[in-house]
Structures are given as structure tokens and as C-alpha cells.
Design a protein around this ligand. Sequence first.
Ligand code: TEU
Ligand code: CA
Length: 554
Amino acid sequence: MKKAFWKEAVVYQIYPRSFMDSNGDGIGDLKGIISRLDYLQQLGVDVVWLSPVYKSPNDDNGYDISDYEDIMDEFGTLQDWEELLEGLHTRGIKLMMDLVINHSSDEHAWFVESRSSKDNPYRDYYIWRPGGPDGKRPNNWSSIFSGPAWELDETTGEYYLHLFSRKQPDLNWENPQLREALYKMITFWLDKGVDGLRMDVINLISKTPGLPSSGDAELGGGGEYYMNGPRVHEFLHEMNQKVLSKYDVMTVGETPGASVEDAILYTGEDREELQMVFQFEHMDVDSGPSGKWEVTPWTLHQLRGILHKWQVGLAEQGWNSLYLNNHDQPRMVSRFGNDGEYRVISAKMLATLLHTLKGTPYIYQGEEIGMTNVKFPVLEYYQDIETLNMYREKVTEGGADHETILNAIYAKGRDNARTPMQWDGSTNAGFTTGTPWLRLNPNYSEINVEQAVADPDSVFHYYRKLIALRKENPIMVYGEYKLLLPEHDNIYAYTRTLDDEQWLVLLNFSDVAQSVDLPKELAAVKELVIGNYGEASSDRSVLRPYEAGVYRLG
Ligand code: TEU
Ligand code: CA
């Protein structure tokens, strides 16, 4: 396996709106991030992935871009951005920008032109279709943010496609001019010194010709006609050849609905497309047949089964990215650990998993201090468009039970991840001196950066150790992964092996002690490399609640 910086790196994701507000308007901004760079350096991360900071009307918090080559007013200016890049580089940290090119904002100049007339030169930058007889939509696809994926535009009497909100029209990648315009824009940023790109829903860019309906219902899904579509590899290869390959740039594609086989095609080293992808299978482990809002209990058998499949599937070709949460997902300690009695211990256990599987770990802001999900008492406190659209469709229009849906929001809503970063115990957790755009999680008086940095046993210092260990131990990056105890109900156990070195990882996913029965050759433990209880237990055949241990064998 070839060595590479991006395999060895640890990435930290910043959601700028919620990270740090510098001017009291309640919205996080670039100057706020700049003021916290020493904290990131102390943590030891190698790369910052910045969620979108481009000009945007914020229908979807920056994932709806109205000008790709400028900064959102609330976040600052291009000059602030340059200062951020320099501040990161001075500290040896690289910058990965978010690239949202499956769709733009409807307020982007291209769309303003495109919608103005059928023969406008930009018409074909987007996906327009006439309606059918009796005012039928061009097909029955539904939007990922609820309702139909088509919006009728009065000006020309045609519909445009939007897989996300109606203010996020899909770009038409079939059009070579559109592709060239995007490549030019990407070049603009790479020339400025950007080190990496995270590509939003990049596997949705190629739609099946003819845009067939999905089944006979009035609204179908449609994903089978736009996820990993017919020309997606051609487009990514082209982008790689025309732009990416000319720079030293780290790339990760967000790919909902991608299988291991798809991922090998996206990330195989001979393919010249991307370096790694965010797969979603493990994010569906607690979803029912109707989707994410049908909250369903998960088992370790399921979660381990998925992660193991990906570990094995990408062992020789491609590369995994490792994450358990981000700005779209609930907080990992609440979802996969225990955010009550065992919050600190279980957050460290999950961190151990993320940093000892094979792949590149991604930390989402606040994860490193064990931030948890939030339960707002009333719907009015929520801001996320996906959540609000879903509530309207299911409760306001569909008559579903308010409590049931509110509980689904508590479990899965994206605002769980978006409550402002908890810096200290002062008013609004030191995030802002004004009124925060989204309310804070009321637990900030106990869970905050100031507390975590001061406490040597905190989740924060455990992350610091894991990151530092990665720097000294190539086995964490390149070591071969092998599963142990595949039938255990509560323990995820595996080895990593590199040359003549071998590590054993034992993770208890339950809140009760579990006994472990390891094969004899693995019982010869030399030392505990890192463990979430501080020291090794005297009885190694028992794992304490949520215990994580990494042992050097030999
Ligand atoms: O998310 C893509 C995606 O699949 C989302 O639908 C997300 O996972 C969803 O919340 C799950 O129900 C990306 C961005 O990460 C997200 O923030 C954007 O809203 C979306 O694309 C549109 O740009
Ligand atoms: Ca601000």
C-alpha cells in the first residue's frame, strides 16, 4: 500500500455558523475561527475541513451557493479567508474546502439567467423539463428535503429539478460548458492555496437519461436514477484530469448510497477520481424502511457488520474515511454511546474505534469534548430546513402525532450537531456575546472546552493522545485489520498488524461488564498503548462498561 499524507492525517470539521462568533451578531464567522486556531493546534489535527463559507442566502446554511468565488457576508471577507488560510498554514494545518457542485442556489447568477428564458445561454446549466398533460410533473422523484423534486417556474412555464430544497436547483453536468465553468471555479480556489476538497453529494451529479419515474406512486424516491449514475465516473475522471491532478490536493467525496464496489471505483488508486469517500451505510443502522425518521434500535452485530465489510472491502484498493457524526448527523456519543452516566468513557471508546480502524479519521467540532444531542422543548427552536420540511409534511399536512415526530427529531435531527460550540461555562458558552442563531445545548455549563482542557482525564486529552499516537505509529495507518470475536453481542475486537508489530483493540459497546475469551496467541499482552479507564484492568478477561483498550502484543 502506497504511503500518503492524506492516509496519515486526522481531519477536523468546522461548521462555521456554529463554531465561534467574533462580532456579537450570533453567527459564527471566519474571524471567530481565527481566534481559535491555537486550540486546533493543541488538539493536533492535520487538516481542517470547512463547511461552506461562500455567498449564500442560507436556505440550507451555505449548501446553497449564490457566488462560488466570494465569502458570505455574515462570515467575513475574502481577506479574512486569506488570513485564516495563513493562520492554519503557519500552524502546519491544511485547509480543505467544501465543494457543493451538484446544485447551486436559485440566487446564483447562472440560475437567474437560466430561468429568464428558454433560449438563454445559461438555460442548459440546469435541468429543465416541460410538465406532462394535466399539469403533471416531469417525473415522480421526491426531494431529499420532502415533497416533489420539481418546481414549476412561472417565467417559462417549465419545471426545474431540485434534489434538495427548491432553492437548490441541480446543475446539469451533461452540459460541457457547465463543467468547464465549475473546473475554472475550482482552479480559482486551488490557485489560492487550498489543500483539500470535500465534495458534497458528488455521486448524485449524473442523472439517468430520460429521468424515468420511480414506480407508480405519485411520489417515488428516484435515488436509483441519480445515485452513482451512468456518467459519474466519467465526470469525476475528467475533473481529476483537467484540474485535481495538477495540484497536490486531498479529496473526499460525500456519497450517500454508495456500496463498497462503488467506492472502489471512486477511490481505487489507478482510477484517478477521488482519494476517499464518505459512505453512509452505518448511518442507516438505526433507520427503518421508510428512512431516517423511522427511528429503529440498532445492534452491535449490525454496526460492526457494516464497518467490517468496509474495512475488508477497501483493504487492498481504495481507502476508508472514518466518521460517526458530522453536521448532518446526531452526536455520536448520544447515538452509539451513552450520554448519561458513561458520557466520557463511551465518547473515548468511540474515539478509540475511529482512530484504530484503518482509514482517515474525521472529527466533527465538539466531538472532541463529548458534546451531546439536544432536546428543544418546542419545534420553534429548530432551524434546519430538512427537519422543518419533514415536520410540515408529516404533522401539519399529514396529521402524524407531534410527540412521535418530535422524538424522531431528538434522535436524528441535524440541529443536534449544529448547536453552537461550547467553549466555556459563561453565558452562551462563550460562543457569542449576542443572541445565538440556534440555541445552545443547556449542558454547556458542564460540557465545555475550558473544562476539558483543564481536566487531564477529559475526552479532549484522550483525542490529543490518539492523534499523537498516530504520528508515532504507522501501524495505526497502514496496519492490516483483522476481526476477532465476530459473534460477540457487545464487544468489537480486532487486531492491526504491520511487519512484526501487532496491536489488539478491544471495545465494549455496552454499559455492563463483558467477559472476553481470546485465542491464546493473543493473550500475550506486552503493554496497554491507550485505554479509556486510564490503566489496564487487573483481570484482562473482563471489559468494564464501555471499556476500550489498545494493547501491544508480543
Ligand atoms: O448532505 C447530503 C445528504 O445526503 C443529506 O441529505 C444529509 O445526509 C441528510 O441530512 C440526511 O438525511 C449534503 C450536506 O452535507 C448537507 O448538509 C446538505 O444539506 C446537502 O448535501 C445538500 O447540499
Ligand atoms: Ca458573527
